[in-house]
Design a binder for this molecule. Structure first.
Ligand SMILES: [Zn+2]
Length: 190
């Protein structure tokens, strides 16, 4: 094997792996928004390339009105596009998977996640959090102040929370992970 072929096969191998990972992420995100059925529908779409309205429930096991609703959502995001396929003389109305739009959708959602994490980290970094030593509930300064620095549930005296650095570090790591995923999604081309 020549050096370039070797590199090529390595690249194909690794991009295959990437694709599976990315599709797994896409499925998780979409299932969180549209429910677990969307998972089966998306799996079928990824495997088959398109899904026919006429055979939707027998192909995926999803009730056709529920499946149509999910497809409508996916269509709004341009993740599926309408098309027609002629099989044995009859015309099927199909939805084709648009992988580029799927990637764009995943990137968009990941960026939103990153923004949320960054806001939370900023808040945590700038605000003192109070903790109940009894039940471990945490309070912001405002809420702790309103309650005279006592726990609303068991009346214990609140103390300044000490795990702040650990929480910020965890958030920072989560942000870095999401950043890495965004980069990978954006580097992938179909
Ligand atoms: Zn408490």
């Amino acid at each position: 094997m020549t050096r370039s072929a070797e590199r090529e096969s390595y690249m194909i191998g690794s991009s295959d792996l990437d694709e599976n990972d990315l599709l797994k992420i896409a499925k998780t995100i979409i299932a969180r928004i549209y429910g677990k059925s969307s998972n089966d529908l998306l799996s079928y779409l990824i495997e088959n390339g398109y899904i026919a309205e006429e055979t939707l429930s027998q192909d995926t096991g999803i009730k056709s009105n529920e499946g149509r609703k999910i497809l409508q959502y996916l269509s709004d995001e341009a993740i599926v596009v309408p098309d027609k396929v002629r099989i044995d003389g009859s015309v099927l109305h199909v939805w084709r998977l648009n992988k580029s739009a799927l990637l764009a959708f995943v990137a968009k959602k990941l960026k939103k996640t990153k923004e949320k994490l960054e806001l939370r980290m900023k808040y945590e970094a700038e605000n003192t959090v109070y903790e109940c030593p009894q039940c471990k509930r945490t309070y912001t300064l405002e809420v702790a102040f309103v309650n005279d620095f006592h726990c609303q549930y068991d009346g214990s005296l609140l103390i300044e929370e000490t795990n702040k650095d650990i929480r910020i570090k965890t958030l920072k790591e989560a942000i870095e992970r999401v950043e890495y995923l965004v980069k990978r999604v954006e580097q992938t081309r179909y």
